[in-house]
Design a protein around this ligand. Structure first.
Ligand SMILES: *[C@@H]1O[C@H](CO)[C@@H](O)[C@H](O)[C@H]1NC(C)=O
Ligand SMILES: *[C@@H]1O[C@H](CO)[C@@H](O)[C@H](O)[C@H]1NC(C)=O
Length: 484
């Protein structure tokens, strides 16, 4: 009698747990059944806003790759202009500066620079004058910049000086830097998503302006992940030519050229081959994301789908079970387009990125309106994709931040709780952006330590508690019952 009762109680508890947590599962995740992770953003692909101190002390640090400059002749008081935006002559005749008068820098060294026009050609000067027709830069497109505050002299490689010009610096955008970092992870996290740049495949001597060292760091991350029972997702964040033109992609200067050239695409597939062959059999390898955040405006769907199909097949050469993750296009694109594309049959995952930022739509919302969007828009979309016949659903980037000024801790807790509740339902799971960040609300550790993001209320703890209760029930009920 007692024995039957004990079994019944245990079975009942076990069923409760199974019902509440087992709808989907991800192969390779221990204990938990889905990905609960963090992004190691800003680690191997540096982003200035995540850790600005990395950019301190750089000589001519306001003249990095992609910084935009306008040149004005001090004697003529006119701006240098690439006629028609590039591809033809250069004049020094404009009173105001606009896009034709704006050049993007390619930084060769702290004192040598190349100047790219808005249409993509490089500035060339010689004894006879200047033009803007060179499709790629060489010696004759490289200038020594001698600078005193805002006054600069441009000197040709031949040693001749151009006429004195006044240089204005408009913004800081791009830079890549070698970095090592120890990472500490706690709080129920089972996975890390690691952004990498294409140049990792050419380590230790990637082409300029990229710097070696990220491959060794990634190797270390895998060893360390294995030791701590974590799984790794490699995320190709920065493809050659750039798939979105953003500072965290591999654009030298903010232009987006990836889809325009078969050479860029085949080089990207080579990088996937390199990464899949190196890590495909590693016990800590959960999957690989083929391309982060391709632009909906400038990367055509058919180009992307063809790339994703080839990438899927490459990964399958090295692993039959690794998850192949395909990122939705950012901007105005519906992720359902990837469900309809028939990209791969096994362990395919679609990555969605959810930010209540970067779009005027979110600019003047109250905390409760922000939370309503999580339930109305996000939850609806996740449910629809979960039940679509096809890839698993992954919220690969989200953050406990919004465009609300001076929100209270309770507001943030509510926002975080809503996001966890909704993203926990994604069939593959989620990873927070990002583990460490100088902006505290973006920093996962800060959120947890300061109780702005409450994991305690999330299903992670609930699943853990379930297991604990079953174990306790099995261990203790017999004694209790016998004592009766
Ligand atoms: C936040 O809102 C302001 C307008 O109130 C807007 O200018 C700004 O770009 C928004 N910031 C982000 C990160 O979305
Ligand atoms: C936010 O808080 C700061 C510091 O307390 C204050 O100076 C600022 O006026 C507040 N902004 C708004 C929009 O309430």
């Amino acid at each position: 009698m007692e024995l039957i009762f004990t079994k019944w109680v245990s079975a009942f508890l076990l069923c409760c747990c199974l019902i509440s947590s087992k709808a989907f599962s991800v192969e390779g995740i221990l204990g938990d059944d889905k990905v609960r992770g963090v992004n190691l953003g800003g680690w191997l692909v540096i982003e200035g806003w995540i850790k600005p101190s990395l950019f301190e002390g750089i000589p001519n640090g306001d003249m990095l790759d992609g910084d935009q400059v306008q040149l004005r002749s001090v004697t003529l008081q006119k701006f240098v202009s690439a006629e028609n935006g590039g591809g033809t002559g250069v004049a020094v005749n404009r009173d105001v500066a606009s896009s034709w008068e704006t050049f993007r820098l390619w930084r060769v060294s702290a004192s040598e620079f190349q100047f790219r026009t808005v249409l993509g050609q490089f500035l060339t000067c010689d004894a006879f004058g200047c033009s803007a027709t060179a499709p790629s830069p060489s010696n004759s497109e490289t200038f020594f910049v001698e600078r005193k505050d805002n006054r600069v002299h441009l000197k040709l490689k031949t040693g001749a000086y151009l006429q004195a010009t006044c240089l204005e610096i408009t913004s800081l955008q791009m830079a890549m830097e070698r970095m090592r970092q120890l990472v500490f992870i706690r709080h129920g996290i089972n996975t890390v998503r690691i952004p990498v740049g294409w140049w990792i495949a050419f380590d230790p001597d990637p082409p300029a302006p990229f710097i070696g060292g990220s491959l060794e760091a990634l190797d270390n991350a895998f060893s360390w992940a294995q030791a701590y029972n974590l799984m790794c997702i490699i995320d190709l964040h920065a493809a050659p030519g750039s798939q979105n033109g953003m500072e965290h992609s591999a654009s030298n200067d903010g232009t987006l050229e990836w889809p325009n050239s078969p050479a860029y695409i085949s080089k990207t597939l080579d990088v996937i081959d390199f990464l899949a062959s190196r890590y495909g059999k590693h016990p800590a390898f959960l999957g690989i994301e083929l391309l982060n955040e391709p632009s909906a405006d400038l990367v055509p769907l058919d180009t992307l789908v063809s790339y994703y199909k080839q990438g899927y097949n490459i990964v399958r050469k090295y692993s039959s079970k690794a998850y192949v993750i395909i990122c939705q296009r950012i901007g105005k694109a519906d992720p359902m387009e990837l469900y309809e594309a028939d990209i791969g049959s096994h362990n395919l995952v679609v990555d969605l990125h959810y930010y209540n930022l970067f779009d005027p739509f979110f600019d003047h919302l109250s905390p409760s309106e922000n939370i309503e969007i999580i339930y109305k828009n996000r939850q609806t979309q996740i449910q629809a994709l979960n039940s679509a016949n096809g890839p698993l659903v992954f919220v690969g980037e989200w953050v406990n931040e919004w465009n609300v000024t001076n929100a209270s801790q309770a507001d943030y807790q509510n926002f975080g709780r809503a996001q966890l509740e909704v993203y926990n339902a994604a069939s593959f799971g989620w990873t927070y952006w990002t583990l460490k960040n100088d902006k505290k609300h973006w920093d996962f550790e800060w959120n947890i330590r300061n109780n702005y993001l409450q994991f305690g209320d999330s299903p992670i703890r609930a699943v853990f508690n379930c297991g604990l209760w079953v174990a306790l029930a099995c261990a203790w009920f017999p004694h209790l019952l016998f004592m009766l």
